[in-house]
Ligand binder design. Structure first.
Ligand code: PHE
Length: 525
């Protein structure tokens, strides 16, 4: 394997030197070779057992740029004295143009103190005929010996920033068991022929270099949305939220709309706004999702938020729940006067591409009625809306959703929670605007002041779930539930500086952009 010339020559030099000098001190034999080159060459030889070495750390003193200049040209005071002496006198005003301005400033003061020059009116005149520039002498000494003559001098020079100290590693190198004057030819591949003719027994195999970096692979990369999603998941997990199972993109009208009291003739349910699935034409009535239940059981058992005594849970009655929801729509119940229209059962059984992940939250909240207790759920997954695609809208996007159930929750508590949540994103200034959701009351749109964009941006929707929704599920009256949602695309576009959503998602995305972008850290508070 051809190495770059420098290090090939160096390995040869080391091997040859060892023939008559053993051990070698790297600092005396190779004083001008960089530490990195020495180490690379030695490691190459060591891995072949051709040399052995020990290291010793030491500190050396080296000149800074200014120190080097003084060692070469003399100190500032010397330069000042020299011009004054050579011209007999120099006016104070002219001095900075005769020596470098920084020399004029420092050098003049020092030359006065040393009584090399003095002031006569507005002029500087020489006092001494000859001078000894001891600063220059000291620095020249340091330069040749890489050391100061005593600690006090070193301290003084360090303070004046004329020298710095550097760590230096000295290598003591000896012949190894396989020392030779050259690196022998090395076999890199074991071949069928070598096995057949037995030459593998004596072949000199090249050692593996386990420190070599692998060739960079032209492999897949995480999408920026997934990177930001991971950051959000970490925030939720740190706060002991349980992740809701959101794998089913297709849900029923019941979970997506009816259980959330979206009126059956609401425009959001139009074909213009919602994608319906035509085949199969209808799902059955709501019932348990065993896969989702199993996943939730396991995660809740691991979570600190959920109390463990699930034994006292009662069996969920999906049929009764359905009747309750129907009653609220049609006649009013649980303190709600209802919409008072004939409830259409077939609407509940229509299959839809879910328009929000609140459909899943609803399923999880109903399930909580089996064993009502404080709970924290979140999800980050895809939702679908039949929208005209433009720079900021796609027909599918991702929602981040959070749900907190507890006794004695207040609206102020929700605002406080949202403040700490958005603080994690670097948004510290929030405004809340009253809004309307059929399933929360009160409801609030959340605006954040984005310092990067220097304006208020809408960042989420939130509210406290309505009693008629929770009571219909069988949850106790004093258990209150917060909910909030935001899009994943919005914060991702802001973090990656993307202004058109089609650069982030869909067929127009530049794969180079996906591959080259680093993970984004949400700003921590
Ligand atoms: N579903 C709401 C949306 O799509 C978000 C939300 C969730 C609001 C839960 C309140 C409670 O914007």
């Amino acid at each position: 394997v051809p190495l770059h010339n420098g290090s090939r020559d160096l390995t040869l030099d080391i091997l040859e030197t060892l023939e008559h000098t053993d051990p070698i001190q790297s600092s005396t034999t190779f004083p001008d070779v960089s530490q990195a080159d020495i180490k690379a060459a030695l490691d190459r030889l060591k891995s072949r057992s051709m040399v052995e070495y020990d290291t010793a750390d030491s500190e050396v003193v080296v000149l800074t740029g200014e120190g080097k200049q003084i060692a070469d040209e003399g100190s500032h005071e010397y330069k000042v004295w020299k011009v004054v002496k050579d011209s007999g006198k120099v006016s104070l005003k002219e001095l900075p143009s005769k020596v470098a301005p920084e020399s004029a400033k420092v050098g003049q003061g020092n030359a006065f103190k040393l009584k090399w020059i003095k002031k006569e009116g507005d002029d500087l005149v020489p006092v001494a005929d000859t001078v000894t520039d001891s600063t220059q002498e000291i620095l020249q000494h340091v330069q040749t010996h890489n050391a100061a003559s005593d600690p006090k001098q070193l301290k003084d020079l360090l303070k004046r920033k004329l020298v710095t100290t550097q760590k230096k590693i000295a290598y003591t190198v000896r012949k190894g068991p396989k020392w030779a004057k050259e690196i022998p030819v090395e076999v890199t591949d074991l071949t069928a022929e070598m096995l057949e003719d037995g030459s593998w027994k004596t072949a000199n195999f090249k050692p593996y270099n386990f420190n070599a970096l692998g060739a960079s692979q032209n492999a897949g990369a995480l999408h920026p949305l997934n990177k930001v999603r991971e950051e959000f998941r970490k925030i939720f997990f740190n706060w002991d939220f349980v992740e809701m199972p959101t794998a089913r993109f297709v849900d029923t009208g019941f979970w997506n709309f009816d259980a959330l009291f979206v009126p059956q003739q609401h425009p959001a349910r139009d074909l213009q706004d919602t994608f319906y699935v035509s085949d199969p034409p209808s799902a059955g009535r709501p019932g348990p999702d065993p896969a989702a239940d199993k996943a939730l059981d396991e995660m809740e058992a691991d979570s600190k938020t959920f109390s463990a005594d699930s034994s006292k849970g009662s069996k969920l009655d999906y049929e009764q729940y359905y009747k309750n929801v129907r009653a609220v729509h049609q006649d009013g119940a649980f303190g709600s006067i209802g919409y008072r229209y004939p409830f259409n059962d077939s609407e509940t059984e229509r299959l839809v591409l879910r328009t929000h992940t609140t459909a899943v939250s609803t399923y999880c909240l109903h399930r909580l009625a089996a064993n009502p207790r404080p709970a924290r759920y979140f999800s980050i997954d895809r939702v679908f809306r039949n929208e005209t695609v433009d720079a900021t809208h796609l027909a599918e996007f991702h929602q981040i959703e959070g749900v907190i159930a507890d006794y004695g929750l207040t609206l102020g508590g929700l605002m406080d929670f949202l403040a700490s949540f958005f603080r994690k994103l670097g948004i510290t200034n929030l405004r809340f605007k009253p809004a309307y959701n059929p399933y929360t009351e009160p409801s609030m749109e959340v605006f954040g002041f984005h310092t990067g964009l220097d304006k208020w941006v809408e960042i989420g929707n939130s509210g406290m779930f309505r009693p008629e929704m929770l009571l219909a599920m069988g949850l106790p009256e004093d258990l209150r539930v917060y909910g909030f949602g935001l899009s994943l695309e919005r914060p991702t576009m802001i973090k990656y500086g993307v202004s058109n959503i089609r650069e982030l998602l869909g067929h127009k995305v530049d794969l180079g952009f996906i591959e080259s972008n680093a993970a984004v850290r949400l700003d921590k508070d």
